[in-house]
Ligand binder design. Structure first.
Ligand SMILES: Cc1cc2nc3c(=O)[nH]c(=O)nc-3n(C[C@H](O)[C@H](O)[C@H](O)COP(=O)(O)OP(=O)(O)OC[C@H]3O[C@@H](n4cnc5c(N)ncnc54)[C@H](O)[C@@H]3O)c2cc1C
Length: 366
């Protein structure tokens, strides 16, 4: 997303931008649900993308349900919920096939005169004035340029999935069993998306990431390799811990999970390389900011290049504004997830209002 946003915004100010993506196949079949922020919708519109009904489902209320299905807390806070693939499919055509290079695995870069050369596995290279590293949480560029900026495991995972055939009024629901947080909302594909945050020690995480042959895949595992008994256990726990309507969604899904990390980079402009999106800062998903932040980063880079007379000044501006914003997102999301990390009991009213408040005071400067 960061790469596509960057290319699209830079093209609009007259730069020639190429995107190099490691994955050889189409990414549009992947992803799940995500919440939108006004800043994201505004950014999409600035690129000429229609943000009408097809993009998302409007939910009005956030409702916390107890184990017995009764309403424990409720707050009105309209938000458009969408699907990762809807945004991806809208952005992807903005970069034509001559400028989008799939199957390119970035392995390193070197300075060349006033510019930079990106190197790819197999020996291909690409030269340019600026390299934008939008290569995600496990960024190769960041690990080489800022080896000390490592993701920090937050002590819990988010089990995720989508389900069809759910008979619930279209609102944003929460279940808060023990020190956990389950949330679910409808997405425009007709499915319900859920995320269920569960405290998980590092040892338990290693077990979750171990496939049926006994191989451990580190802190992330491809969904098809998740052992079936883990999904079955999640569904059993859902029936025991969640309101029946929420348990039904987990029951009808094919669950997968992501471990939750915090990542803060001390700088995001390093010579002729800039870090963008998740390669720069990763906030826990409670602020629902991943795609919005990637769009704001890209917009900020384009504006910095537009308003500054020299490239160095533009990159300084980008670095200052994105570090400020990235730190804000990480701190905010850490505060919301602190009770899960510390295995404390939450106050449902507080959870609904904290998650909601993020939307009101997001600093928009780019
Ligand atoms: C397939 C997919 C599905 C997702 N689904 C959701 C979702 O449902 N909900 C949600 O909230 N967030 C989702 N995300 C995460 C969300 O896109 C990001 O949090 C946010 O958009 C920030 O985007 P990003 O571009 O910085 O990072 P990412 O979206 O992680 O993109 C990084 C890209 O860089 C590529 N890459 C990594 N290393 C290299 C390399 N060495 N060389 C070349 N390319 C490389 C990756 O293949 C990936 O396409 C998804 C990400 C992906 C890739």
């Amino acid at each position: 997303m960061g790469g596509l946003f960057a290319a699209a915004f830079l093209q609009r100010i007259g730069w020639e931008a190429h995107v190099y993506e490691r994955t050889p196949d189409d990414l549009a079949t992947r992803g799940a649900g995500l919440g939108t922020h006004d800043a994201l919708l505004e950014g999409l519109r600035a690129l000429g993308i229609d943000t009408g009904e097809r993009l998302g489902v409007l939910v009005r209320d956030r409702i916390c349900l107890g184990r017995d299905g009764k309403v424990v807390a409720r707050r009105t806070l309209p938000q458009v919920m969408t699907h990762w693939a809807r945004i991806y499919e809208a952005l992807r055509p903005l970069v034509d096939r001559d400028h989008f290079h799939s199957g390119h695995d970035f392995v390193g870069c070197r300075r060349a005169g006033a510019g930079v050369v990106a190197q790819f596995k197999g020996g291909n290279e690409a030269a340019g004035e600026l390299l934008i590293a939008a290569d995600g949480l496990r960024s190769t560029a960041r690990s080489q340029l800022l080896p000390d900026a490592q993701p920090r495991y937050a002590g819990y995972v988010g089990w995720r999935g989508t389900a069809r055939g759910i008979d619930l009024p279209p609102e944003y629901y929460f279940g808060l069993p023990g020190s956990e947080m389950m949330l679910t909302y409808p997405v425009p594909t007709g499915e319900w998306n859920y995320v269920w945050y569960r405290p998980t020690t590092e040892r338990e995480l290693a077990d979750l990431c171990t496939d049926a042959s006994g191989q451990c895949h580190g802190s992330a595992i491809a969904p098809p390799l998740i052992r079936p008994e883990l999904a079955a256990r999640l569904k059993r726990d859902a029936r025991e811990l969640l309101a029946p309507a929420l348990a039904d969604i987990v029951e009808k899904s094919q669950p997968f999970f992501q471990a939750i990390f915090d990542l803060e980079s001390p700088r995001v402009a390093l010579g002729r390389v800039v870090l963008m999106g998740d390669s720069a800062f990763v906030a826990r998903p409670h602020v629902g900011m991943g795609v919005t932040k990637a769009s704001l980063d890209a917009r900020c880079l384009a504006r910095s290049l537009e308003v500054s007379t020299a490239l160095d000044a533009a990159l300084e501006r980008y670095d200052r504004l994105r570090c400020e914003f990235g730190r804000w997102c990480v701190q905010r999301s850490r505060a919301i997830g602190a009770y899960i990390e510390r295995r404390e009991l939450p106050d449902p009213e507080q959870v609904l209002s904290e998650v909601g408040a993020v939307r009101a005071d997001i600093p928009m400067s780019y």
